[in-house]
Design a protein. Structure first.
Length: 394
């Protein structure tokens, strides 16, 4: 059974770079959109990040460019810019993470794009919102982790700020980009009007971080403490068992009573500090160290059997490198195999959801740099001489 292509018939002009934008457009391509990745001569920088088997075909590129076509255009030339606008005129979506000053310089600002396609979904996704003082400031993941407060959250645990060991700002914003573009396409399908979108990384991550942490500042005047106190404690962490590590979270009062009984600490069931959810949060610095003393007395397998029996959320700590081989992820085929026409056998991570019960797959292998340049230009009506000239420039 073939998975339903929810965005079939949608054509996307992808002028994004690095990770945030390409992840978003890859998601659109996975949903069936015809995503045309427009790259500069030499290609996006991620094509050169090791590891790779062949030049310009890095692991990053293979992961982010599947289900897309690639065209190389030199936007610094008149012919390259003209071809880019000819392409945009055939598209439903224009998406970029170039800074606004660069878009104006290249003639890819919104007024220029709407001259050739008035009802296009025009999406700019970059560091900071255009109506703020940092509107045209350059930004990458580390900068956004810092300005959004995410790096500071580690200070609660370690005493100093740190970065999450992952490009979490890029990826979180990428998901937001894909979501808002899909929503805009729905609105346009109803009223036929173009939509202008802006998805700034800084605002996206600040909002993401404040969901639980705005806390007492939700109220005016402030009621209670800032942030979710259970998250702030340095004692919120995986627990050492007799033979490994586990994450275990008795959430209800009944579950905590079962946990205390099984851990041979029934005396804690009557402790007023832990009698309700609110009291357990308030006394997180007390209850979590007690968990350490209890959990270490039994093996991971014993704790998992206990938790499964009583429907208490728990999991052994899995090394990231071993996640793909975890029995659950292996059973649902989260990581799949693909024979790439030039790169050989590769693995890729599918979309983590089902559509009509069907898992996602690669419909088009990640392209080599400019692989479909001639094909796409021919679709735009360019003759062979013009195509040769443009490809030569690229």
């Amino acid at each position: 059974m073939t998975r339903r292509a929810l965005l079939a018939g949608v054509r996307v002009a992808d002028f994004t770079t690095v990770v945030m934008g390409p992840l978003a457009t890859r998601m659109l391509g996975d949903m069936g959109a015809d995503v045309i990745r427009v790259e500069a001569p030499g290609g996006d920088i991620i094509r050169d990040y090791a590891p790779m088997r062949n030049p310009k075909m890095s692991a990053f590129s293979l992961n982010l460019n599947r289900n897309k076509r690639s065209i190389v255009l030199d936007l610094k030339t008149d012919e390259g810019r003209a071809a880019a606008l000819d392409l945009v005129a055939t598209c439903d979506v224009f998406v970029t993470n170039h800074r606004r000053s660069a878009l104006e310089r290249l003639g890819l600002d919104e007024p220029s794009i709407r001259e050739v396609r008035s009802n296009i979904v025009y999406c700019v996704a970059n560091g900071f919102g255009s109506d703020g003082p940092s509107g045209d400031q350059a930004a990458y993941d580390d900068v956004i982790q810092a300005v959004s407060g995410l790096a500071d959250t580690f200070s609660w645990i370690t005493g100093e700020p740190m970065f999450v060991p992952g490009i979490v700002a890029d990826k979180t914003t990428g998901v937001h980009i894909a979501f808002v573009i899909a929503s805009a396409l729905h609105a346009r399908a109803i009223d036929g009007l173009g939509v202008t979108l802006e998805v700034p990384m800084a605002e996206t991550m600040a909002a993401f971080n404040l969901v639980e942490h705005l806390g007492g500042q939700t109220f005016e005047p402030t009621e209670g403490e800032f942030s979710y106190q259970r998250i702030r404690t340095p004692h919120r962490r995986p627990r050492r068992t007799a033979d490994g590590w586990i994450a275990i979270l008795p959430y209800s009062s009944a579950a905590w009573d079962l946990f205390f009984d099984y851990g041979e600490r029934p005396d804690l069931k009557g402790d007023p500090r832990f009698a309700s959810a609110a009291q357990r949060v308030e006394n997180a610095d007390a209850i979590y160290p007690l968990m350490d003393d209890i959990v270490v007395t039994r093996t991971t397998e014993e704790w998992m059997a206990f938790c499964d029996t009583h429907s208490i959320p728990a999991s052994p700590v899995v090394e990231l490198e071993a996640v793909a081989d975890h029995p659950h992820f292996d059973a649902v085929e989260l990581v799949n195999h693909h024979d790439h026409p030039t790169e050989g056998a590769i693995r890729y991570v599918r979309d983590p959801f089902l559509i009509d019960g069907v898992r996602g797959s690669i419909q088009q292998s990640a392209p080599q740099l400019g692989q479909q340049s001639a094909e796409i230009l021919a679709e735009l009506g360019y003759d062979s001489d013009h195509i040769a000239r443009l490809i030569g420039e690229g």
